[in-house]
Design a binder for this molecule. Structure first.
Ligand SMILES: *Cc1c(COP(=O)(O)O)cnc(C)c1O
Length: 374
């Protein structure tokens, strides 16, 4: 059994992908070819964002967003410690200071009250640094609680960036990610819900001025023409070939989200009765895109036992994430230690993810359930 079966998807749309690739090989516009603009229009339409800016990775999408907001040395960006390193890495890369706020124990997403506590504390302890932004992560495909985060952001004058790397297509109170915040960032890494065949990403935004700025940042800070550079930027373009592949995949993405939802529902029906296992819970009015289906064991030893049972049955598992960011060596210079974010630390000890993709069969899911009960 595959953890994520990309081959099943490819079988379904191989001809369309081949045709799309052939078109690019024929026109030869490998950099910023017509497929990039076509994809951007499709992403904006799908998400309800006003504009989309395709770029080289989800990490670059986050980087370009922070650069567009002029975030740098002396600034603080508040985020969750329970996420992939890229979320906080870009903050440090720009010389700004990441500050963590613990997560909600049910959704695993950043807790708005903890953001408020963190900023209030910073005002007392570190008045020389200026809190500028919040990066909320929609972990495993489930949107963060923006209606709780927004008032905290307004209170402190912070912008909210949605790290939607795992949640493109997810819904929060009737709106898709990409249209929930002024700026949202997504990733097309192959294993993400909408993935290409290499690295890729996009920024989605409601703000045309920020969009123009990010388009400039994406191409070396370019101004009115190629050799007029008006700011420091990056080489952050998405390859035309990856855009072409994504266009073929975007056509079936809505259907794939439905299949993911069905698979998640089947898992929840069969696993929620298992003693000592906690299945994911989705608040009312949210729809996850199920980038991962992650369950909680009772403790680290129980998790190891369950993963071992699954492995013996030929079923792969993964741990997202075994070590919260405040305990990572890369952030050892920050004033954090074990115990600072107890919810993240406990979840990191107990969580693991089981196979999830749109082509998972009921039979395969039965195998997972019976391996877990054995
Ligand atoms: C995958 C991911 C990223 C980074 O995306 P890349 O395309 O791999 O650079 C950022 N944040 C989160 C939460 C992710 O899961």
């Amino acid at each position: 059994m595959q953890f994520i079966d990309l081959a099943a998807q490819q079988d379904r749309i191989r001809e369309k992908i081949d045709a799309r690739i052939r078109t690019v090989l024929d026109h030869g516009k490998y950099i910023m070819g017509p497929e990039v603009a076509e994809l951007e229009a499709g992403l904006a339409r799908f998400s309800g964002a006003r504009e989309a800016i395709a770029c080289a990775s989800g990490t670059d999408a986050l980087l370009m967003s922070l650069m567009a907001y002029d975030i740098g040395p002396g600034d603080i960006v508040v985020t969750t410690p329970f996420t992939f390193i890229a979320t906080a890495e870009v903050i440090g890369f720009l010389g700004a200071t990441p500050v963590f706020a613990d997560i909600d124990p049910v959704t695993y997403n950043i807790d708005a009250e903890k953001i408020d506590d963190a900023v209030e504390t910073l005002k007392q302890t570190t008045p020389a640094l200026t809190p500028k932004a919040i990066i909320a992560v929609d972990l495993f495909g489930l949107p963060a609680d923006y209606d709780a985060i927004d008032p905290v952001a307004r209170k402190h004058g912070l912008v909210v960036i949605d790290d939607a790397a795992q949640s493109f297509g997810a819904v929060y109170k009737g709106q898709r990610t990409g249209s929930l915040t002024e700026v949202a960032c997504t990733s097309f890494f192959p294993a993400k819900p909408l993935g290409c065949y290499g690295d890729g990403g996009a920024v989605l935004t409601a703000n045309p001025e920020l969009a123009d700025k990010m388009r400039s940042i994406r191409i070396h800070g370019q101004g009115s023409d190629k050799y007029d550079n008006i700011r420091i930027g990056i080489n952050g373009r998405l390859d035309t070939l990856q855009a072409a592949i994504l266009l073929a995949k975007l056509d079936i993405f809505e259907d794939e989200i439905g299949r993911r939802q069905e698979a998640a529902d089947r898992y929840t029906r069969s696993l929620s009765e298992l003693p000592g296992l906690i299945t994911p819970s989705v608040p009312n009015n949210y729809a996850s895109v199920w980038a991962q289906y992650s369950v909680l064991a009772e403790d680290a030893a129980h998790r190891t036992a369950l993963q071992t049972k699954l492995k013996k049955a030929g079923i792969p598992t993964a741990i997202y994430y075994p070590k919260p960011l405040h305990l990572q060596t890369a952030f050892a210079h920050l004033p954090y230690r074990q115990g600072d974010f107890p919810v993240s630390e406990q979840i990191a000890d107990r969580i693991f993810s089981i196979p999830m993709h749109p082509y998972l069969t009921a039979d395969q899911q039965d195998q997972v359930a019976s391996a877990l009960t054995s």
